[in-house]
Design a protein around this ligand. Structure first.
Ligand code: ADP
Ligand code: AMP
Ligand code: ZN
Length: 215
């Protein structure tokens, strides 16, 4: 199944994508994770993306789309995937549809994880992620067993620079201007499913799995 998780920064897409990915046995493809990994490796792609990420702006569509198309062409993505953080503009959505169409494929559903701005700010300010596997934690809502250490691989947890208050405000604005129009885009394709992302992590997880299993 090809699933898109749509939602503002901090909505819980990464948290939930990890669960669905495990359940369906399909990869979790997060464009933010791919950019951060490229940056960590000092590649051209990472260096190009850095200036945009630091400001909370979107990386240009051509760079982002090329990176995603390359990723979904890999063997492990042939039976499906969960896209997290992509598409983030209507142009990206159109480019993805066109590329899939060429192979007779299409997106099965776009799930909007809906969370208010006030809650998003609280989530992002308390978030830390693993330096090794990028799993997100939250100091109050979803703390690791041992402070500062990833439960999964013992990696060091750190706060993303772009989760600091100055950048968060811009990222929420960018979401509302550039990404929110995708809600209408997927609605017009009858692919949009909404979920209340303000519920407990386990409740959101259950509802998501129900939606996917009844598809
Ligand atoms: P996104 O991938 O959409 O940016 P994350 O999955 O990284 O969001 O979640 C953002 C923060 O909110 C993390 O610190 C995470 O632990 C926390 N979080 C995720 N889902 C919930 C939830 N349902 N309730 C409370 N906190 C949550
Ligand atoms: P995220 O980890 O999803 O919060 O993404 C972190 C940053 O990576 C964003 O603020 C953007 O700068 C960049 N990014 C991630 N996904 C995309 C995308 N689909 N289009 C453009 N930029 C993106
Ligand atoms: Zn880890």
């Amino acid at each position: 199944m090809r699933i898109i998780l749509l939602g503002a920064p901090g909505a819980g897409k990464g948290t939930q994508a990890a669960v669905i990915s495990k359940k369906l046995g399909t990869p979790h493809i997060a464009t933010g994770d791919l950019f951060r990994a490229a940056l960590g490796q000092g590649t051209d792609l990472g260096n190009k993306a850095k200036a945009y990420m630091d400001k909370g702006e979107l990386v240009p569509d051509d760079i982002t789309v090329a990176m995603v198309l390359e990723r979904i062409a890999l063997d492990d993505a042939q039976t499906g995937y969960i896209l997290d953080g992509f598409p983030r503009t209507v142009n990206q959505g159109v480019a993805l549809d066109q590329a899939l169409e060429k192979n007779g494929e299409s997106i099965d559903m776009a799930i909007l994880v809906d969370v208010s701005d006030a809650e998003l700010v609280k989530r992002l300010s308390g978030r830390s992620i693993c330096r090794t596997c990028q799993t997100p934690y939250h100091s109050v809502n979803n703390p690791p067993k041992e402070t500062g250490v990833c439960d999964l691989d013992g990696g060091e947890l750190y706060q993303r620079d772009d989760d600091k208050a100055e950048t968060v405000i811009n990222r929420l604005q960018v979401y509302s201007n550039e990404t929110a129009p995708l809600i209408q885009f997927f609605e017009s394709q009858s692919k949009l499913v909404r979920i209340n992302g303000e519920q407990d992590i386990s409740v959101v997880e259950k509802q998501l799995l129900d939606i996917i299993e009844t598809k």
